[in-house]
Design a protein around this ligand. Structure first.
Ligand code: ATP
Ligand code: MG
Length: 419
């Protein structure tokens, strides 16, 4: 019999310390960047009512048709582990009067949280993954769209992820898309025999989703499909042109990708993705767009909004990272059993961030020094009984051959700060 308690569930993964370091690094950058955009953190629950997603994402989307972890809880309520954050963020914003209170209120939010989707697991595609999501609510100006794009760009610049390409497109309004859908359907129907049963179903329900397909056999058909830009109303076209003009002025590189439609129903006007060519078909690192109508579905009020979600796991897979935190070893040579804890507490009494590794007091000092080098310690703090009585630490710099230094207990914090 398979041992069910010593194995993780398929599609879920363990994140070990080395990888977790990268998540921490990214999270720190995110917490630094968001205030620069007056964007405040929210924490959304992991469970929501199933209807929230069914109604907002769209019944024919991949998420709703096949990817949701939904179930009845013990009170017979149908709940869902969140597959994305935008609907939850908007639910939260309405429920707490953050974007509407006798009138529209502007507010900007971000979250870093776990999402759950029952998909086929592969590199860059997990059943539990982390998204960094940003939602700018209450403002329909294109400057809001631009500021949001800038935020995603600054994030990738700060973490030094290059080779990412910004793809943008305009979806116009829902009416434009209805007409486009019909024409797209007729066009695809000409190639009926090239599609699988499932794809034929998609063509029936939501033909735009075919444009998103990762099926290589469809590339040519998709390239020949009608172009959405021919269906978009004048105002939306102007909006898009104005935005592109600003991107040009700001010297931001982008590609207008008229086949970029996004898998969720709630978008209008701007949609965008940051793509890489280094993760196979899992090429989207960040996806977003404007969703002015979602508020009508969730809060029964018109509150314009624009947002993005970054797949943090995919960023982690792409980035190179070198831990630069200081590592301090501690050797206490003393007969008193409490000295190791005492000295450790003195060193830990600081605002500085470093890793403290206690060496094994049973071993000889020579062995302890060897272990410290092996453990990547930058310095080794050595304390014997004489040092203890004089409140002094000896510091051996393991990264250079300069002489050992003696400093007082009180100066340790300053020493670390300046190291
Ligand atoms: P894809 O086309 O790759 O399925 P998506 O359109 O379903 O992506 P979104 O719902 O827009 O993705 O989510 C935003 C981002 O979250 C994606 O660009 C991706 O980086 C990340 N993401 C989505 N699904 C997963 C997953 N199963 N595992 C890891 N990251 C994911
Ligand atoms: Mg998907």
């Amino acid at each position: 019999m398979v041992d069910l308690i010593s194995k993780k569930i398929r599609g879920f993964r363990d994140i070990l310390p080395d990888e977790s370091q990268k998540f921490l690094f990214l999270e720190e950058k995110i917490h630094n960047i968001c205030p620069l955009f007056n964007t405040k953190q929210i924490r959304i629950p992991a469970l929501e009512s199933l209807n929230l997603f069914k109604r907002s994402i769209g019944e024919s989307s991949d998420i709703v048709t096949k990817e949701m972890y939904s179930f009845k809880d013990k009170n017979d309520e149908t709940v869902c582990m969140i597959p994305e954050g935008t609907a939850s963020a908007m639910r939260l914003a309405f429920e707490n009067n953050l974007i509407y209170d006798r009138g529209i209120k502007k507010n900007r939010f971000y979250y870093i949280t776990q999402m759950f989707r029952h998909e086929r697991p592969q590199k860059g595609r997990y059943r539990q993954f982390t998204q960094f999501g940003v939602e700018f609510m209450g403002n329909e100006s294109i400057h809001e769209d631009i500021d949001l794009l800038l935020m995603s760009k600054i994030f990738f610049d700060v973490i030094k992820l290059d080779n990412l390409k910004l793809n943008i497109n305009s979806l116009g309004l829902a009416e434009d898309r209805n007409k486009y859908s019909q024409d797209l359907q007729s066009y695809f129907n000409n190639y009926h025999e090239s599609f699988s049963d499932q794809q034929i179903n998609t063509i029936k329900n939501n033909p735009l989703r075919i444009l998103d397909s990762k099926d290589q056999r469809l590339t040519e058909i998709i390239n020949g499909a009608p172009n959405i830009s021919n269906y978009i109303n004048k105002e939306s076209l102007k909006r898009f042109d104005d935005m592109v003009q600003i991107l040009n002025d700001l010297k931001i590189d982008y590609t207008i990708n008229d086949k970029l439609v996004r898998g969720l129903d709630y978008y209008n006007d701007l949609v965008f993705e940051w793509k890489t060519d280094q993760l196979g078909t899992q090429d989207a690192i960040c996806a977003g767009g404007r969703y002015d109508n979602l508020s009508n579905i969730i809060g029964n009020k018109a509150v314009p909004a624009v947002g993005f979600a970054i797949g943090v796991d995919r960023v982690v897979d792409l980035m190179s990272y070198k831990d630069t935190d200081l590592v301090v070893g501690l050797s206490v040579i003393s007969n008193s059993k409490s000295d190791m804890s005492k000295i450790s507490s003195i060193l830990r009494n600081t605002d500085n961030k470093f890793t403290l590794i206690q060496m094994d007091a049973e071993k000889s000092l020579t062995k302890q020094i060897k272990t410290a080098v092996k453990s990547n310690c930058d310095i080794l703090v050595i304390v014997g009984s004489e040092e203890i009585s004089n409140n002094i630490l000896t510091i051996k710099d393991l990264r250079s051959d300069r002489d050992d230094m003696s400093i007082s207990f009180d100066d340790f914090s300053k020493f670390i700060e300046e190291y």
